[in-house]
Design a protein around this ligand. Sequence first.
Ligand SMILES: Nc1ncnc2c1ncn2[C@@H]1O[C@H](COP(=O)(O)OP(=O)(O)OP(=O)(O)O)[C@@H](O)[C@H]1O
Length: 241
Amino acid sequence: MIGTLAIECRDLYTPYLATLQRSALQGVNCTIKAGEFVVLLGLNGAGKSTWLRSLLGLVPIQTGTIAINEVPLVPKTLTQVRRDIGILYQGGALVPQLTALENVLCGCLGRRSPWQTMVGFSRKDRYHALDCLEKVGLDNQGEQKTSQLSGGQRQRVAIARLLMQSPKILLVDEPTAGLDVQAARQVMEILLQLNHQGVTIVTVLHDLELAQAYAKRAIVLQEGAIASDGICKNLATHFAG
Ligand SMILES: Nc1ncnc2c1ncn2[C@@H]1O[C@H](COP(=O)(O)OP(=O)(O)OP(=O)(O)O)[C@@H](O)[C@H]1O
């Protein structure tokens, strides 16, 4: 699978923002091959989340092009492209009143008709959701409300929910924010396992040690453009400079 292009951005500009006195993204050029594990680094406001959201067509684009799995991202291809790509937002965005299993089941709502949604989830859906929970080590917590889970467990439920759509590309925004060292490593280990299974991972991280331990390539965004792009090595020294 490595060799095909998972993500390709050419001269990507978002519209001018008066508050910033520039565009959030200004000239992003980048290719990421299928199967890569990439960490996205940069200061607050550098444009990391905006870039991730742009890859799903969630941000207006002024100029430039995006292709996902070699399919140009245009209104006509949006549904097709979104089938292949999952995004995990900061905090996971789970429904606290629902159980872990119910939250994971929500991951298949996007590919169901309104009629199927009214009928409820099938036994097959439930087995699939349990399977996804098992992949993140939470098969015993399926019936627990997510409000009663720890931050690390909630983040893993959010990953399991994404797995329901069997994405080929996972975009992850600060998956370890607010987690202790052990929980952060558990989340990163899950991302690594998924990567070993062929899923392309692009994750925003602020922890340089974790970045170096798990990702092979680091892309650094600065004021909406790529300031550096290379192998994950000596990141602390690089950033000190
Ligand atoms: N819809 C919007 N309207 C106005 N400004 C916006 C909008 N979206 C993003 N911005 C601005 O664009 C810049 C980039 O934001 P973005 O959230 O992508 O940065 P980031 O690198 O992810 O930051 P952080 O590390 O804090 O999450 C920020 O200064 C933000 O305030």
